[in-house]
Ligand binder design. Structure first.
Ligand code: ADP
Ligand code: MG
Length: 244
């Protein structure tokens, strides 16, 4: 497919003798939202961390626009800038203000001039509803507010793909919707997203495709209707029962 951004091919990851990802295959196309669901320990975070090369695969390959990210001549700095990540624990710089958190990576990593980095930051902070807090420090914010800043910071880098690893799992329940709404708004802009989540309603409403992981393999993948309304595998049915 012409607009394929990432292809994961026969991906394996072992820690010592413990094989955590067994044989993972899936593609991500431009503009798609792919949700990854599955039990704790099934390998979801490890899959994301292999895709963005925080971890090195022990087998198989990952192609970015058709080129192996593991090949010697691959442009890794470009790839790292193109694949953003939003973490469960926000990872904001606590000594910087909200605005500086979103401006600084643009000026240091992308070498953007300060004025355009600031314009871009303000626009994105407004989009996630955090423009009233630009001069606050992270420790003055709630978890949901911090996560919205972290999302603005990731988007400010103009990623081609944005990975989310359980972005709402560390939040108090009343803050979850603000973050999910910010993510939905991003999806509506056409951003390509891979989202590990336990928010089944979000996965159902916002995803183009849903991947169900179980014990290091993709047990089942399909449209939200296929996975949520007519799961074909017993393991998927059993997993989803807990959310109905
Ligand atoms: P999930 O995100 O679905 O909860 P993880 O990818 O975090 O699952 O973990 C999958 C398995 O890999 C677990 O058994 C976990 O203990 C193991 N694992 C993850 N990271 C490491 C690591 N750095 N070293 C050893 N084992 C790990
Ligand atoms: Mg995880």
């Amino acid at each position: 497919m012409a607009d394929t951004i990432i292809e994961v091919k026969n991906l394996k990851k072992a820690f010592g003798t413990h094989e955590v990802l067994t044989d993972i295959n899936f593609d991500v196309h431009k503009g798609e939202v792919v949700s990854i669901i599955g039990r704790s320990g099934s390998g979801k975070s490890t899959l994301l961390r292999n895709i963005n090369l925080l971890e090195e695969p022990t087998g198989g390959d990952i192609l970015f626009h058709g080129k192996s990210v593991l090949s010697g001549d691959f442009d890794l700095p470009h790839y790292r800038a193109a694949v953003g990540m939003v973490f469960q624990q926000f990872n904001l710089f606590n000594n910087l203000t909200v605005l500086q958190n979103v401006v600084t990576p643009q000026t240091t990593v992308l070498k953007r001039d300060a004025a355009s980095a600031k314009t871009h930051a303000l626009e994105l902070l407004k989009q996630v509803g955090m423009d009233p807090f630009i001069n606050a420090k992270p420790d003055q914010l709630s978890g949901g507010q911090k996560q919205r800043v972290a999302i603005a910071r990731a988007v400010a880098m103009d990623p081609e793909v944005l990975l989310f690893d359980e972005p709402t799992s560390a939040l108090d329940p009343e803050m979850v919707d603000d973050v999910l709404n910010a993510m939905k708004a991003l999806a509506d802009t056409g951003l390509t997203m891979i989202v590990v989540t336990h928010e089944m309603q979000f996965a159902k409403d916002v995803s183009d495709r849903v991947v169900f992981m179980n014990e290091g393999v993709i047990a089942e993948a399909g449209t939200p209707a296929e996975i949520f309304d007519h799961p074909s595998e017993v393991v998927t049915q059993e997993f989803l029962k807990r959310y109905l």
